[in-house]
Design a protein around this ligand. Structure first.
Ligand code: ATP
Ligand code: MG
Ligand code: MG
Length: 555
């Protein structure tokens, strides 16, 4: 079972199915197409689609497209792609709130006729003043008592484009003294001459979120409408709308806590800022906590689903350390990724007693526990590369790698001994001369222990590969919550890690020249890597580091 364990929403659903309140459940994932999906959305997708899957129900994909200024077809396309990539599918065609504009309008007309909505002319500032505060009740707008006929006439003319933008609104007539500010005559329509990505210029009035959302849920026969906690105080409005229009069914809204990831940002608006200010290469930059960025980074759908199961669903704070995300990804890759060797910072070695007739290559499995992944040859030659870090002139105690006069095993090959060190004028080690113990292929050396095993490549067979190493994007846990001396939030872009990406020229096994984009490998001892979705070619391999082998966040 790959979806979140028992949690309160599952309990509610099980009760509703058991009591016969619902025969089937129907959920929805309702993104606004104003940006790319991020890790928080991934949690919501796993919840909504996961519940439908678990209880044999249906989950709709619905674009909540009522703010035309910020929405686009590009975002619609990317959201569809990301949901599918995460492994989920929606029933039929995706839905759009804009498909319901005519219905929403008709319900508004009915509310006006019932005396439950009125056209207001207060401007934004006046409306704020009339609204009151948490401790003070609001005041009725002077336009609140217009007749239904007058309201109907004005609303019809709002739609017809007779009034300038912002000059009038349609408000629900609920209660200006309500303890819940959301019920103090909320605006449900505003005038806005903005081109809509689907309806074009057909409308110059657009419905507001709460009104639209409740009715869209009911139109789609949603049973459980799941949203994040900040909408808890909107629930009475959601219910009010459905109680006051003639529509079948009354979906129930339940709230869970928003996922927040430390050292990261989960807000489309702020992620958009990173893109537009060129702090990253795009929404799908591998450092971005977007679904498409994480995909390009090499995260797997299975790993993200495992993560979302782990973080769980509750009403308590859901602030998660990056190590939880990386842990889930690593755990899944450990089993699913074939292995190869790569050398990121090469140090050349000449094997001085290399002998074509005597020195043998071996083959090695691509995965230690998955025979079906096959094997590859690990060729050896007179010149090889090892990692610079695996040699030290003055090693610390307990050094298990190579040093002058010391021995080490080349992974899947012989034990070698360092006989001579070649340095440049500045004293930097530039090459080693080593000897092979030809008795050690697949055998322990006689009369001594060689503990260290290092990865390496034949210099003649290795292929060049560009490798991109990624670090955290921000230098502080909560980049968007740091206050300056004046008590104001500092711009989160002040906390960008200036060293979050490094590209190096490395070497890899020849198999790198055969890989398709988005192929994942473990580079032994180094971490998990993926061939870049866009920049990798078989002629010029490009690997992105997905995650290191060990948790580098705590040491
Ligand atoms: P943002 O602030 O990033 O724009 P949003 O909530 O406005 O997020 P929507 O497109 O409206 O974004 O979100 C679609 C769905 O995803 C909503 O049901 C919302 O509750 C859920 N969602 C968004 N962010 C998170 C998060 N951080 N954790 C859990 N669910 C989230
Ligand atoms: Mg939203
Ligand atoms: Mg939003």
């Amino acid at each position: 079972e790959q979806f979140a364990d028992n949690h309160f929403i599952r309990t509610i659903i099980e009760d509703d199915l058991a009591s016969g309140k619902h025969k089937h459940i129907h959920t929805r994932f309702p993104p606004e197409p104003n940006g790319y999906l991020h890790i928080g959305h991934a949690k919501s997708i796993c919840l909504n689609f996961g519940l439908a899957y678990l209880y044999d129900g249906v989950c709709n994909l619905r674009f909540d497209d009522t703010n035309p200024e910020k929405e686009s077809d590009e975002y619609v396309r990317s959201i569809k792609e990301d949901v599918q990539w995460l492994g989920f599918h929606w029933e039929g065609e995706p839905h759009f709130a804009s498909d319901y504009f005519e219905d929403l309008y008709n319900y508004a007309v009915a509310l006006i006729k019932d005396g439950k909505a009125y056209v207001d002319e207060l401007n934004a500032e006046e409306m704020r003043q009339y609204r009151g505060t948490l401790t003070e009740p609001g005041k009725d707008s002077p336009y609140r008592s217009r007749s239904a006929e007058e309201n109907l006439d004005l609303f019809t003319r709002m739609r017809a484009g007779e009034f300038p933008d912002g000059s009038k609104t349609l408000r629900l007539k609920i209660d200006m003294a309500s303890g819940n500010i959301n019920l103090r005559d909320p605006v449900i329509y505003r005038i806005r001459r903005v081109h809509h990505h689907r309806t074009g210029d057909k409308w110059c009035i657009y419905p507001m979120y709460d009104y639209t959302h409740a009715i869209s849920d009911a139109i789609e026969n949603i049973t459980h409408s799941l949203c994040t906690l900040e909408f808890e105080s909107h629930r009475p409005l959601y219910d009010w709308v459905l109680d006051n229009i003639a529509i079948d069914g009354h979906p129930r809204q339940y709230e869970f806590s928003r996922l927040e990831l430390l050292y990261s940002i989960t807000s489309k608006r702020k992620l958009n800022q990173l893109v537009t200010e060129n702090h990253v290469s795009g929404w799908d930059d591998p450092r971005m906590p977007t679904v498409s960025g994480m995909r390009r980074r090499g995260y797997t759908p299975e790993g993200l689903r495992l993560f979302s199961k782990r973080v769980g669903i509750s009403k308590s704070e859901n602030v998660v350390d990056m190590s939880v995300l990386e842990g889930a990804i690593r755990e899944e890759l450990e089993d699913s990724s074939p292995r190869m060797m790569a050398v990121l910072n090469p140090l050349k070695i000449e094997l001085i007693n290399y002998d074509e007739a005597l020195t043998q290559s071996r083959s090695a499995p691509f995965h230690p526990h998955h025979e079906e992944m096959g094997e590859r040859e690990i060729p050896i030659a007179r010149h090889i590369y090892i990692e610079q870090d695996d040699f030290s002139l003055n090693p610390p105690p307990k050094w298990q790698r190579l040093t002058v006069g010391g021995e080490v095993r080349l992974r899947y090959s012989y034990v070698i001994k360092c006989e001579e060190v070649i340095t440049d004028e500045a004293g930097n080690v530039i090459e080693l001369k080593c000897s092979i113990d030809h008795d050690t292929l697949g055998k322990k050396p006689e009369g001594r222990k060689v503990k260290g095993v290092i990865h390496w490549l034949s210099a003649e067979h290795a292929v060049p590969a560009a490798v991109r190493l990624y670090e955290r994007l921000f230098t502080v846990e909560r980049p968007d919550a740091v206050r300056g001396d004046d008590g104001e939030y500092k711009p989160f872009t002040e906390f960008l890690n200036q060293h979050s990406v490094t590209e190096i020229d490395a070497y890899a096994e020849a198999v790198a020249n055969t890989l398709a984009p988005e192929t994942r490998f473990q580079f032994e001892r180094l971490g998990y890597f993926v061939t870049d979705r866009y920049d990798h070619t078989t002629d010029a391999p490009v690997f992105n580091r997905t995650v290191s082998l060990k948790d580098s966040w705590h040491d």
